[in-house]
Design a protein around this ligand. Structure first.
Ligand code: ARG
Length: 583
């Protein structure tokens, strides 16, 4: 908000001062990293002076003279080699504060141009273990979708579940020979995965079993009624259980269009790509080769081997007629573009699938797709020992296990702190803190780096954790509880103390932060912001007595508490984390 306002004023100052801007140069203002000189800063004069070969300080002074910001700033200075530093006035900050406590969107303006964005995330594979990659995808994707929606985009969330594939040959064979119906009823995902694992192991040891599985798969693909029935039941049971997990995590999908949804579109798609000359037959398979339109190092259909570039085609149909993951993704893009008029499609999928997406995007573009497609990649989660993350039982971790364990641990912590809460209240708090802690541990990390999973750290009340942030929110609420709701906030505000000012400044910057997150699809920018906000609140609370103050001072401080509560709740909500009134 302030940044956008100050930027437009700065640009106006350039033209008022009669300075012609060179092509491709837009003067900008950023939040100051060192607030000793001001709240916002611009280095535009320095950059321009270099290009124009003039004195940067003199240029900065010239801009300063033309800059009209009396309504926003109390001070504008030229510092160092030619920085323009801007200090907001207390009145401008107070005005923002009034907006934050009244506005549904806590003062965050909508994007100038709303787009239709499809967010493809979570997408586990039926009857295969859900792994940590799916956990990361689920939390990052959900958060990005929430942020995009919040700032005014039209968002469609689609869970592209892996509900079709070679694993079903094994599942169907296992279903017919060794499935435990009781266990299936109790925990379908777990039972299907263990049947899959057992048959997979048997097929590895015994060629005959492998052949039977292949036979079951072919029958399924040819539409055999019994096998189709089993497949349908597997999908139904899994989705039912998944929806419960998503429900507990407060995650919703607009669609569950799994891979199987596109089955009928695959053959025509391949035929079309052959017709258009985008694909060719090579060794019996249908593949997409490089068209030489980009430099080899940027070409997803080439790979460097020793000193030579070799073809690395994308296969869309195997020699035996089978279709592949890439084929389904191409059909999925068609659907999303045609049916949903997607302007952008975001794929929140682990870094190992980078080549897959580069090839699929390039192939789709050759088919004339202009929709912006973005692979939002992420690294792995490591155990506290720095190795692959495992559960207590020593298995690779699934989403279900992690969430259950987090809630269990949060419940134990709630029990330790006896404070007159009922069992039902404690259960609800444990659900919010447990789920929130796991989400926050994920979302506070730079998505591209691997991070260590540590129960103790993520559930701690101290540090950059969900419990710390939720606790800050609870503190804002407890003040109003002490006042028994007998408080009416007014616009009579006066920000005077440094701790009040620092908190008001942080609150105002939520408007900028919530937009910046999507520049590079990084929820950790929001997490870091909320942590800084909670710390600023803490500092304010230490320095400024709220309940014993009076008049305008009291009104200002209560307004700061209310605004902090609102921004924390909204911001945590954008991370998919709920808040509780007590804990
Ligand atoms: N099911 C895939 C996996 O587990 C992820 C799907 C991601 N989305 C997509 N459109 N390919 O690896």
């Amino acid at each position: 908000m302030f940044r956008a306002l100050l930027t437009s004023r700065l640009q106006a100052a350039f033209s008022a001062a009669g300075i012609d801007l060179p092509e491709g140069f837009t003067p900008g203002v950023v939040i100051a990293s060192d607030t000793r000189f001001g709240d916002y800063q611009s280095n535009a004069a320095m950059i321009l002076a270099k290009q124009l070969k003039t004195n940067p300080r003199a240029l900065a002074e010239q801009i300063k003279a033309a800059l009209q910001v009396e309504d926003l700033c109390e001070k504008v200075t030229v510092d160092g080699p030619g920085f323009l530093n801007l200090t907001l006035s207390a009145a401008a900050l107070a005005e923002r504060l009034s907006v934050i406590v009244k506005d549904d969107h806590v003062g965050v303006p909508p994007v100038a141009q709303a787009k239709t964005i499809v967010v493809d995330f979570s997408a586990p594979n039926i009857a295969k273990p859900m792994h940590v990659g799916h956990i990361r995808s689920t939390f990052i994707g959900d958060s990005l979708a929430r942020v995009a929606r919040f700032i005014g985009h039209k968002v469609i969330t689609d869970n592209h579940v892996g509900d079709w594939g070679t694993q079903f040959g094994m599942i169907i064979h296992g279903w017919k020979t060794q499935l435990d119906q009781e266990k299936l009823k109790a925990d379908p995902i777990h039972e299907l995965v263990s049947v899959y694992k057992a048959v997979n192991a048997a097929a590895k040891a015994d060629e005959a079993v492998l052949e039977i599985c292949k036979g079951e798969l072919v029958k399924l693909q040819q539409g055999d009624a019994e096998n189709l029935g089993i497949w349908k039941e597997c999908v139904r049971l899994t989705l039912e259980q998944l929806e419960k997990v998503y429900g507990a995590l407060d995650i919703k999908f607009d669609y569950y269009l799994g891979e199987s949804f596109y089955n009928d579109a695959l053959a025509p798609l391949v035929a079309d790509m052959l017709n258009q000359g985008i694909a060719t037959i090579s060794d019996g398979a249908t593949v997409v080769f490089s068209d030489g339109s980009v430099k080899p190092e940027n070409d997803p259909f080439l790979i460097r081997e020793k000193d030579e570039w070799k073809a690395a085609p994308c296969i869309i149909r195997k020699g035996d007629g089978g279709f592949l993951y890439a084929t389904t993704d191409l059909a999925t893009i068609d659907y999303r573009v045609k049916e949903w008029k997607a302007d952008e499609i975001w794929y929140v999928v682990g870094a190992p699938q980078q080549l897959h997406f580069r090839q699929v995007f390039a192939a789709a573009q050759r088919r004339g797709v202009t929709t912006k497609m973005i692979h939002i990649a992420f690294g792995s989660i490591l155990g506290p020992d720095g190795k692959m993350f495992k559960t207590r039982s020593g298995e690779t971790v699934g989403l279900l296990e992690v969430i259950d364990e987090a809630i269990e641990r949060a419940r134990a912590a709630a029990d330790e702190k006896e404070q007159g809460l009922s069992d039902a209240e404690k259960d609800e708090i444990a659900r919010i803190i447990g789920g929130g802690s796991v989400k926050y541990a994920e979302l506070s990390q730079n998505r591209l780096t691997d991070y260590k999973f540590s129960w103790d750290k993520m559930l701690s009340l101290q540090g950059n954790t969900a419990p710390y942030l939720i606790n800050a929110y609870v503190r804002t609420r407890s003040i109003f509880r002490k006042l028994d709701g007998a408080v009416t906030l007014t616009d009579d505000l006066a920000i005077t103390e440094p701790a009040e000012r620092a908190l008001a400044m942080k609150l105002a910057q939520f408007a900028e932060n919530s937009h910046d997150i999507l520049d590079d699809h990084r929820p950790n920018l929001l997490a870091n912001y909320l942590y800084e906000l909670a710390s600023a609140y803490h500092a304010f609370f230490e320095a400024c007595n709220v309940l014993r103050s009076e008049g305008t001072v009291r009104n200002t401080r209560l307004t700061l508490c209310e605004a902090t509560g609102r921004v924390l709740k909204t911001g945590l909500g954008l991370l998919g984390i709920q808040t509780t009134e007590r804990m």
